[in-house]
Design a protein. Structure first.
Length: 314
């Protein structure tokens, strides 16, 4: 889908029908026809536009004849095992002499924020500022994703003592996978930001340099947080596996002790409950014989419990 936006000098922001100088063209899940048509109108290589739709495409910045391509990874979510987990997908930014183009395979949060027109000092005709603002928002999106991951780690840690199922461990593996995607993408984006500092393909003003520096700091912070959370999660997964094994051993030990204790009265009741008519069988005659046998069975079972408790078997 192709959408065109335009800002004016007074700070207004609106959607327009035709491509004009200073406009922003947003391509979300574009068709082949939309890509070819836009490439022809803006004198851009269609393959550069399509590169943002390839999930395996690496982040980079490329200066072509008449335009600059900036390709970065942005965070989004996908459904796995019935839950939403973070992944990253490419976002292409094409800066031409007249317009700026963004291409993405889905409507991610960073694009949605800009489309609202509520971003401070946002102007579509200020192409370098537009690019840096988008990259700044992207770094903020990674920080938000990492804060969500941190809360998920806290919830998993709260369940650590009672962990007995493999599902908790599977969830942590999925979370570790998400953190790996985030960390890898942040490293690639950092290279692009460092390249923007040195490149002369984009004209930068003093305030743009400040914004770029802030974006680099924000991305570095996200990168450090990602490394910290990955280390915490890795240690927790080892602890989780050990706790699950220990808890299952405790359950098996409890069941074994219960089986031993219950086997004592079972053997006694079985002996006295046999369908035999043997003269002289102990405690057959007295009225209190039944209760005596029951009492003796439970006394022996109690002694067995005391013995195992002193041995610290449970």
């Amino acid at each position: 889908m192709q959408t065109i936006y335009m800002s004016d000098v007074n700070g207004g922001f609106r959607q327009i029908d035709e491509i004009k100088d200073g406009a922003w063209v947003s391509l979300i899940e574009p068709t082949a026809a939309e890509i070819d048509s836009l490439a022809q109108q803006c004198a851009v290589d269609a393959d550069d536009l399509r590169s943002a739709l390839d999930v395996e495409e690496r982040s980079r910045i490329t200066a072509e004849d008449g335009y600059v391509l900036v390709l970065v990874d942005v965070p989004t979510t996908e459904l796995r095992s019935g839950r939403e987990w973070y992944v990253t997908i490419p976002l292409g930014i094409v800066i031409t002499k007249t317009v700026i183009i963004t291409v993405c395979s889905e409507r991610v949060s960073v694009i949605a924020e800009l489309e609202t027109g509520r971003v401070r000092d946002f102007r579509t005709f200020m192409k370098t500022r537009f690019t840096l603002q988008l990259l700044m928002r992207n770094a903020g999106a990674y920080l938000s994703a990492l804060r969500v991951a941190d809360k998920m780690i806290d919830r998993q840690e709260a369940n650590l003592r009672q962990a007995t199922r493999n599902q908790e461990l599977v969830n942590m593996m999925e979370l570790e996978r998400s953190l790996l995607y985030i960390n890898t993408s942040l490293v690639s984006n950092q290279r692009v930001l460092n390249r923007l500092v040195r490149t002369t393909a984009l004209k930068k003003y003093p305030e743009d340099d400040d914004l770029l520096e802030d974006t680099i700091v924000e991305n570095e912070q996200a990168l450090e947080m990602s490394g910290i959370y990955s280390g915490i999660l890795s240690g927790m997964m080892d602890a989780y596996a050990s706790v699950i094994s220990n808890n299952q051993n405790v359950i098996m030990k409890t069941l074994a002790i219960a089986t031993i204790v219950l086997s004592i009265p079972t053997m006694i009741f079985s002996a006295y409950g046999m369908n035999l008519n043997l003269d002289g069988y102990p405690l057959q005659g007295p009225i209190w014989g039944f209760w005596g046998i029951v009492g003796a069975a439970f006394v022996l079972a109690g002694l067995a419990i005391v013995f195992m408790a002193r041995k610290k078997w449970f």
